[in-house]
Design a protein around this ligand. Structure first.
Ligand SMILES: NC(=O)c1ccc[n+]([C@@H]2O[C@H](COP(=O)([O-])OP(=O)(O)OC[C@H]3O[C@@H](n4cnc5c(N)ncnc54)[C@H](OP(=O)(O)O)[C@@H]3O)[C@@H](O)[C@H]2O)c1
Length: 236
């Protein structure tokens, strides 16, 4: 049984990762900002009393990261998969982050949640990952983070935060190589969620199941890569 820690599991991709890992018998630590409002996650708990642990975590909150680490450490000696999934598209819906309407508050918040927090969560959980079996860190990135595929102007903060996350994955892959931990950045595709919107072409189940198979298939020899859900390398 694998031990999987997921951030942002209240809805969207994070919730689906939790559901699919539970369906195949893994132990899931599903973290979210407000467990009391995460009704779909709470519903999952009814079917997976033993294998699902719901944990309160705002990834940007240092004290919360520390206490979650203590809590998880009391329940397991190791983690096999960390999915840094929590993300936001904007720091303030009133601020569009396009040229002429760029605010440092928006940038600060988007970078804090999408780029720096995945690294800080990872840093905190390294002692458990080091003891995992073929441990993997998966940073949920986006095609928006691909600099070479960018062919239009537009919103600055989200795309830049995912490009930064990709660099973080790359640097991390070197730092954790000796510990035998793999780090990947994965673009999930454009998926119908609150963030992806109704016009997204993909339903949620298949891409997440593809990503789970992809995570299974990768090892340290491919650490540091930026991949799509089918395993194709994404241009940086
Ligand atoms: N959907 C797509 O088409 C698409 C495409 C490319 C990449 N992605 C990436 O996939 C990831 C998941 O996206 P999604 O579509 O599932 O988005 P979503 O439906 O908006 O869900 C976002 C999740 O992140 C959580 N979250 C936000 N800020 C957080 C924080 N500070 N601490 C902890 N959790 C936080 C949310 O929790 P609350 O419920 O508390 O708000 C929610 O669970 C993101 O990193 C996103 O950038 C999505």
């Amino acid at each position: 049984m694998k031990q999987v820690f997921i951030t942002g599991a209240s809805r969207g991709l994070g919730l689906e990762f939790a559901k699919q890992y539970l369906e195949r018998g893994e132990k899931v630590f599903a973290s979210c900002r407000n467990p009391e409002d995460a009704t779909l996650l709470q519903k999952l708990k009814e079917s997976y009393k033993d294998n699902l642990q719901i944990i309160k975590l705002d990834v940007s909150d240092e004290e919360a990261r520390n206490s979650v680490f203590e809590k998880v450490s009391r329940n397991t000696e190791s983690l096999d998969i960390l999915i840094n999934n929590a993300g936001i598209i904007s720091g303030n819906e009133q601020q569009s982050s396009v040229l002429g309407d760029v605010y440092k508050e928006d940038f600060n918040k988007v970078f804090l949640v999408n780029s720096i927090s995945p690294l800080l969560v990872t840093e905190r959980f390294l002692p458990l990952l080091e003891k995992g079996s073929t441990p993997k860190i998966v940073n949920i990135s986006s095609q928006n983070g691909s600099i070479s595929q960018r062919n239009s102007g537009g919103k600055y903060s989200y795309a830049s935060s995912k490009a930064a996350l990709n660099m973080i994955t790359k640097i991390l892959s070197h730092d954790i190589k000796d510990k035998g931990i793999t780090a990947l950045s994965i673009h999930p595709g454009w998926i119908k969620t609150d963030m992806g919107g109704e016009e997204a072409p993909l339903e949620i189940e298949k891409p997440i199941s593809q990503i789970i198979s992809l995570i299974d298939s990768k090892d340290i020899s491919e650490s540091g890569k930026f991949l799509d859900r089918e395993g194709n390398e994404m241009p940086w």
